[in-house]
Design a binder for this molecule. Structure first.
Ligand code: CA
Length: 220
């Protein structure tokens, strides 16, 4: 899943990017409101972490503009501590959740995970599909009780498949949700990763729709 992280404090931004990447997210970053608004309008992010105090354009305006354009991406805002009015303004502008600074990264990640689960109508941090069990907290996937060894990209790809069972997903779409914008996004590489996954979880679990893409967990 791909996250847009908007934060002008460079130390906090790079620390959060590392933390989120380690937890299996592809992360794009922006350090001002104008770039943030542009990226959010351009890319299909799975969620956005948005600082409100930003140079060039305040976070609240960025959020209002996205919502006015019909962009329903889940947004978690970062607010100043004790600034209750920021939270109220944020919710009124269309925020889905907030974390007040300073925060523990564990709290941010837990809230982000909850936000993504709500977006996918998943009640817990454990996802099951096609006989597989994925544990978000442990970053692990098991099949019939046995843990499967997966690389970072394989985990991200399989998680995306498991959250979208039965949907036709094109290689381009998958690449957009699995890689950050700094990575080389060659959608042909998706084929290679799909074949790795098939070797590990069973070829029948991911069906190819010629000219369209892949379907996870579809019968036949
Ligand atoms: Ca700030």
């Amino acid at each position: 899943m791909k996250i847009l992280l908007v934060e002008d404090d460079s130390r906090l931004r790079s620390r959060l990017k590392d933390d989120l990447s380690r937890r299996g997210y592809a992360v794009d970053t922006a350090d001002n409101g104008i770039d943030a608004e542009h990226l959010g309008a351009e890319w299909p992010y799975d969620a956005v972490i948005l600082d409100l105090g930003l140079p060039q354009r305040p976070g609240i305006e960025v959020l209002k503009n996205w919502r006015a354009q019909g962009n329903t991406v889940p947004v978690l805002i970062l607010t100043a501590r004790d600034a209750w009015h920021e939270k109220v303004d944020g919710f009124n502008a269309g925020a889905d959740d907030y974390v007040a600074k300073p925060f523990h990264v564990e709290e941010l990640c837990a809230r982000l995970g909850a936000l993504l689960r709500r977006a996918h109508a998943q009640p817990t941090g454990v996802v099951t599909a096609a006989g597989l069990t994925l544990d978000e907290a442990r970053q692990s996937v098991s099949l019939g009780g046995r843990e499967i060894g997966l690389s970072g990209v394989e985990f991200r790809l399989l998680r995306y498949f498991m959250l979208h069972p039965g949907q036709v997903l094109s290689k381009t779409h998958l690449a957009e949700h699995i890689y950050d914008n700094d990575s080389e996004r060659d959608s042909n590489v998706i084929e290679v990763y799909v074949s790795h996954l098939r070797n590990k979880i069973g070829a029948e679990t991911i069906t190819t729709r010629r000219g369209q893409g892949y379907v996870f967990g579809a019968p036949g």
